[in-house]
Design a protein around this ligand. Structure first.
Ligand code: GAR
Length: 217
């Protein structure tokens, strides 16, 4: 019917709306490993007024990933930090902290960052490190979340934006979107529905994390 959403686009987002905007634009740093669609969603939300923020830098760990090409098109400074060039997880995270501190980043976002982070990064960006994950946490933590949700036969899955702690996908939840699955779903059909909701909730989560910054005593 004209004007009604297609049943395949139905989603429930909780909480609904963004918090009041921060007193000044948040300076955002983004970490990505692949397509970078969530990175682009943050840039667009910042540029179109949905998020009081500016994306000041992208770091990717995989040379030639699509996120890099997006950064070039969107005119956002991007740096490759190939994890294979660092002696340990902590060494990479120290380099990330140095990089984003130099850019005076307020909130750092793991937008498809397919690396486990160490306490080095979690502590440096305590309450200011946000991850987006393609399941309704705490269900399906870790890799291949969509595959595992479909294999488990869940009727509802979704995505979660949460603060990052050293335990993988276990930090405090900021916002979630619930997305239905359908009997004929595959990862290829489910992924676009989940991505559309990720792009919707991630800017809200960033605004929520930004509020922590200004509400601290
Ligand atoms: C997103 O679906 C995100 O939830 C997922 O990677 C995708 C990145 O897409 N992250 C994880 O699975 C982390 N455990 P994008 O590169 O197009 O933003």
């Amino acid at each position: 019917m004209e004007g009604s959403p297609s049943p395949r686009s139905v989603a429930l987002v909780v909480p609904h709306g963004p918090p009041s905007p921060s007193p000044r634009p948040l300076r955002l740093g983004v970490l990505a490993s692949g397509q970078g669609s969530n990175f682009e969603a943050l840039v667009q939300a910042s540029r179109h007024g949905a998020l009081h923020a500016e994306v000041v830098g992208l770091v990717v760990n995989t040379p030639h990933c699509k996120a890099l090409a997006r950064a070039e098109r969107l005119n956002v400074g991007a740096t490759v930090m190939d994890h294979r060039r660092y002696t340990s997880r902590e060494a990479l995270d120290h380099a990330l902290v140095d990089h984003f501190r130099a850019l005076q980043v307020d909130v750092l976002i793991m937008a498809g960052w397919m690396r486990i982070v160490s306490p080095v990064l979690c502590q440096a960006y305590d309450q200011r490190l946000v991850n987006i994950h393609p399941s309704l946490l705490p269900a399906f933590r870790g890799l291949n979340a969509m595959e595992r949700a479909l294999a488990a036969g869940v009727c509802i899955t979704g995505c979660t934006a949460h603060l990052v702690v050293p335990e993988v996908d276990a930090g405090p939840i900021l916002i979630q979107a619930a997305v239905p699955t359908y009997p004929d779903d595959t990862v290829a059909t489910l992924a676009p529905r989940i991505h559309a909701q990720e792009h919707r909730i991630l800017p809200v989560a960033v605004a929520m994390a930004g509020r922590h910054l200004f509400e601290r005593p």
